[in-house]
Design a protein around this ligand. Structure first.
Ligand code: C5P
Length: 235
């Protein structure tokens, strides 16, 4: 298994993002590009960061009718994303269509496809009251994860604290990509349920997504190397 640290590049624009990445000379971290940067700068930002040698998790969380998702995923594969995601709430037919689109667009290996089960901003209360889903949230998360696995996806985005649950419900090889990671001596910020890189390793995350603990550090390269030591190398 290839464990890795993904840096969430939550910057407002291209200039800030590239200035940040310029700090990394000897290593080329896996980076996550989200909606803000993608919608602001367009697909060119993906090509540019790819050309610098980074692997890219394009976090656009697709959710639409199967045909539209299939065509959109084809374009994301052509663009060169290494990992992409969608909402499992779109259903199994949509998820299978997404895989077909990625396979159609990929030059070599298709990008990894990861499902969002329930956003961490969705509380059990909201799920009951507004989405009219009466089940406990953990059951919904594991059931959506199983749907994603059945449709051929590679894994899910979840809290590191849920990674064990997902692995148990699906399989050890079903990937868990986990945000909500902080060093023990960091500010928690607006994240509610956080854990450290070392603990995420113990629980069984495959990829940790780390934003501010690296991007807002006094020395981001040192913070990244610390996350790699704790999570990937387990030192
Ligand atoms: O700065 P921080 O480490 O909290 O950033 C975490 C990143 O992971 C952000 O880009 C955030 O949008 C994303 N994310 C998250 N929780 C989720 C899904 C994505 O924090 N459930």
């Amino acid at each position: 298994m290839k464990r890795d640290v993904i840096i969430a590049c939550d910057f407002a624009n291209r200039e800030e993002t590239l200035a940040f990445l310029d700090r990394f000379q000897d290593v080329k971290p896996f980076v996550k590009i989200g909606m803000e940067l993608f919608y602001g700068e367009g697909p060119q930002i993906v090509r540019e960061i790819k050309a610098r040698g980074h692997e890219i998790f394009l976090d656009l969380k697709l959710h639409d009718i199967p045909t539209t998702v299939k065509k959109a995923m084809k374009n994301l594969a052509i663009l060169g994303a290494d990992m992409v995601n969608l909402h499992a709430a779109g259903g199994s037919v949509m998820m299978r269509a997404a895989i077909e689109g990625l396979e159609a667009g990929a030059k070599g290996e298709r990008p990894k496809l990861i499902a969002v089960t329930q956003l961490t901003s969705t509380s059990e209360q909201l799920m009951h009251d507004e989405l009219l889903i009466p089940n406990p949230i953990n059951d919904v998360v594991t059931s959506y994860a199983k749907n994603a696995q059945g449709a051929g996806l590679d894994g899910v985005v979840c809290s590191p604290l849920e990674a064990g649950l997902v692995k148990q419900a699906c399989s050890a090889s079903f990937l868990t990509v986990t945000p909500g990671v902080r060093f023990a001596d960091d500010d928690v910020g607006d994240q509610k349920r956080v854990t450290t890189p070392a603990r995420a390793r113990e629980i069984g995350s495959d990829y940790i997504v780390v934003g501010r603990s690296i991007t807002a550090a006094a020395d981001p390269v040192a913070a990244y190397c610390r996350a790699v030591r704790d999570f990937v190398e387990g030192e």
